[in-house]
Design a protein around this ligand. Structure first.
Ligand SMILES: O=C(O)CCC(=O)C(=O)O
Ligand SMILES: [Fe+2]
Length: 366
């Protein structure tokens, strides 16, 4: 017994985490080395592990066809669909969005090619730099999270304070730049529809600079030998306004719908859009920022996803953010208090990604 107690207490979690980080090998490197069990600091707590499974329902998140978005006769129906999806699911897929399938495939392939490089090659990009530039690392919140998750990511800031293009690894540079442009066009169309869904002018969110500060992330979820003990990404909601995502055919993404986790089944050529915390707050709770997670990958082939997170750059006004005044009335008073960008960032960067607390902190208690 005494030996066991010593063995347990001598486990120095932080030391192992640091050694892993400093090795710059990533989970891809661990996976490629042929390990059959995962390092202990990846083992998730029981509250995360107890319900890890594919969903039992055949439900899929709503699929919205944008083909007729410019038709004044058909647009109102699309606005209704987008509004309904953002209120009830917080997640939807759009098809006929105008981005050629080849652009999606090329970007996914380029990100896969980046992660497939030998780790000595990727090591020179490995660093932790928050809120700017280009960063490649395993788990952005490695030092803050209770347990690490089974993914590595390449991140590049785009928009107003963008990374230097030449800092983006050459193997995927052209594709990342092209995808940013295409995805942002889709995001602008969707934000117009979401704005109209709130009874606001189509250009309202553009005016609020919703897409001016954005982050590209190319995730890699390699094969995990013990998928029942960890996750690909822990349950979380996205902090920004809106997220646009595309994935390869390897499954894993799930969305919380009521009490259930629902698999997001990729639709060929489709793009996944989800509402972030910021949009939930400024829409005064009309649109939902929903929890989602990725299961640890049990397929031999890596799961790849390409994501752009859209964030406001500035606010025309006094530097405070909160429910849009246009949406408030005596019947619909603000359910969130105003906050500063500093508060928003402090909340995001001081915690693991799995917190929902900014929304909870801002709720006005009656
Ligand atoms: O890889 C995915 O499908 C989801 C990634 C995600 O939720 C995130 O990066 O916030
Ligand atoms: Fe997310």
């Amino acid at each position: 017994m005494a030996t066991m107690a010593t063995a347990t207490s001598s486990y120095n979690r932080m030391k192992e985490v640091k050694e892993f980080d400093e090795s710059k090998i990533g989970v891809k490197g661990l996976s490629d080395s042929g390990i059959t069990s995962i390092p202990r600091f990846f083992i998730q707590p029981p509250e995360t592990l107890y319900d890890l499974k594919s969903s039992s329902t055949l439900t899929n998140i709503p699929i919205i066809d944008l083909a007729d978005v410019s038709s004044s006769a058909l647009r109102p129906k699309i606005v209704e669909q987008v509004k309904d999806a953002a209120r009830t699911w917080g997640f939807f897929q759009v098809i006929n969005h105008g981005v050629p399938v080849s652009v999606l495939e090329e970007t996914i392939n380029a990100i896969k090619a980046f992660h497939d490089q030998p780790h000595e090659v990727k090591a020179k990009f490995y660093k932790r730099e928050e809120g700017q530039g280009v960063m490649y690392a395993s788990n952005n919140d490695l030092y803050r999270a209770k347990a690490a998750a089974w993914h590595d990511s390449l991140q590049a800031w785009m928009g107003v304070r963008k990374a230097k293009v030449e800092d983006i690894p050459e193997i995927c540079r052209k594709e990342v730049v092209a995808w940013d442009k295409s995805a942002t066009e889709v995001a602008e169309t969707v934000m117009e529809l979401l704005s109209e869904g709130l009874g606001l002018e189509a250009g309202k969110f553009k005016e609020l600079t919703f897409s001016d500060q954005r982050a590209f992330v190319g995730h890699c979820y390699p094969y995990c030998p013990q998928p029942e003990l960890t996750v690909g990404i822990t349950p979380h909601s996205d902090p920004g306004v809106v997220t646009v995502l595309s994935q390869n055919h390897v499954p894993g993404l799930q969305v919380k719908h009521g009490e259930e986790w629902v698999d997001v089944k990729p639709v060929p050529g489709g793009l996944i859009v989800n509402v972030g915390d910021f949009l939930q707050i400024i829409s005064n709770g009309e649109y939902q920022s929903v929890q989602h997670r990725v299961l640890a990958n049990s397929c031999k082939e890596a799961r790849i996803s390409i994501v752009i997170f859209y964030n406001l750059n500035k606010w025309k006004g006094d530097g405070y953010y909160g429910p849009l005044p246009e949406l408030l009335s005596p019947e619909k008073p603000a359910i969130y208090r105003n906050f500063t960008m500093q508060e928003f960032h402090d909340n995001f960067y001081s915690k693991a990604i799995d917190n929902k607390s900014l929304i909870q902190k801002l709720e006005i208690q009656n």
